[in-house]
Design a protein around this ligand. Sequence first.
Ligand code: ATP
Ligand code: MG
Length: 574
Amino acid sequence: MVPSRAHTAPMNDTTDTGGRDFIRQIIADDLASGRHARVVTRFPPEPNGYLHVGHAKSICLNFGVAAEFGGRCYLRLDDTNPVKEEQEYVDAIVEGVRWLGHDWDDRLTHASDYFQQLHDCAVRLIRDGKAYVDSLSADEIREYRGTLTAPGRDSPWRKRSVDENLELFERMRRGDFPDGAHVLRAKIDMASPNINLRDPTLYRIRKAAHQRTGTAWCIYPMYDFAHTVSDAIEGITHSLCTLEFEDHRPLYEWILDQLDFPARPRQYEFSRLNLAYTITSKRKLAELIERGLVGGWDDPRMPTLFGMRRRGYPPAALRDFASRVGVTRKEHLIGMDVLESCVRDELNRTAPRAMAVLDPLKVVLTNYPAGSTETLPAARHPDDASLGSRDLPFGRELWIERDDFMEDPPKKYFRLRPAGEVRLRNAYIIRCEDVVRDSTGRVVELRCSFDPETRSGTGAQADRKVKGTIHWVAAHAACRAEVRLYDRLFSVERPDADADGRDFKSFLNPASLDTRRDCQLEPGLAALPPGTAVQFERLGYFVADRVDTRPDRPVFNRIVTLRDTWARAGNTGG
Ligand code: ATP
Ligand code: MG
């Protein structure tokens, strides 16, 4: 059951578990009963793409419970398919998990670390009559497997002797056969109602070089086998995975039953994270890149860890998001607003304030002495004095936001209008005396007067109230910058639902990127190190783009709007 509307509230279903999700409750019980002395978990990504926000949930769960219960968590690369995997992805996964703030000490492992042990386990199964070499083609295997309603049929090779199986498997390993000539299968039950138990393939021939083991192997273990044995080798106590693996659990148990590892891991499933207005499928994300529809895995619109990092999402916000979303077995579609509110909460605390004008309109203060300038102190953060203050240059010519002026404004418009007054944030009250237009009638400049008695924080009239406050930047000191405004990548809540048979790519939001090249920033922002987040007052949170920004040509990404403040921008303006 999939609700069609995105949820906006936290979904952590902890009603009957004393505030813990069901997995933490199981772990707490297992520790209390002495079933385990110490919890051991793992996060097992396949290095065939970059990690996404769904993986962040799994990472925070696995590393989170290990930390909370004084246990350990392995970061294990599930690198069993050399045809689809690359070192680039391995490196990106490692960097992404570290960026999220998790630490694995010496527990960075690879399924390929265990290729010899996996092979030995396979030989053991053959010896015990629990596995056989099958010589059917892939198509025949599919045909013999049966369907959800019809049982499968035994392969004619199922009765091969142990000796023949041992010899054939050894020759598979030596490279005597081409890809697809034989596979090794578990001998379980071709009539099982669970298709995963109909003699699943354990090993296949792949004459491909592996990014770590080179050409040492030409047979590679299948996911279910490699994953289960790796869990047992590492002594995983709670093997946490998403619900699509529920039907694989009997196979997981079967494999463990045949092999006598000292550890007995148990598998528990939870529901995947589905985030509205985006997709969490490596394959579909890769397709967007291959077709040039986004800039790459780190495009700030991508729900990948690298995309979110470049977008400026703080890792602490993602950890907070994972905990707000919670862990259940219910299918949910989480609203983007949940993620964005985590980002806002974190940045509101940590991001220094600054001023930037995205659509500049020139203001000339006619009574400000020509040629002179001054600096005005301004706090970097309204609630955190430890961030200190900065000196804002001020002068006769300023930039303000074009939409902070209206010639014929509606009621309740408290910004600038002809003959109207407004306060410049951290500075003076100004009054619009005259409007200058070009030959097409477009407003190109406002001639204003300023009231020197109203400088913020000083003098008798400093606190004179006017209804609107707007942001500004002094023209003589401003730095010109490119600012990229991002919107949702897709224009529908569930782009991957293939609604009406439409391809997910047809739901891309054509307005997901709006590039502004002539923005004007307060001068201190030019030197901001790449990746640093700030609040542009009244506009949102922005980050110096970690790839493209340069001191002589700053590039900023909008991380998220200040939605709540934005709604009130007309009368408070910050
Ligand atoms: P994709 O469908 O994007 O290819 P995957 O499940 O194939 O993802 P893996 O690298 O196998 O990717 O995933 C590693 C771990 O992350 C698995 O344990 C998987 O259950 C978990 N995971 C993947 N996607 C999600 C998601 N959307 N929500 C929560 N956990 C997820
Ligand atoms: Mg997978």
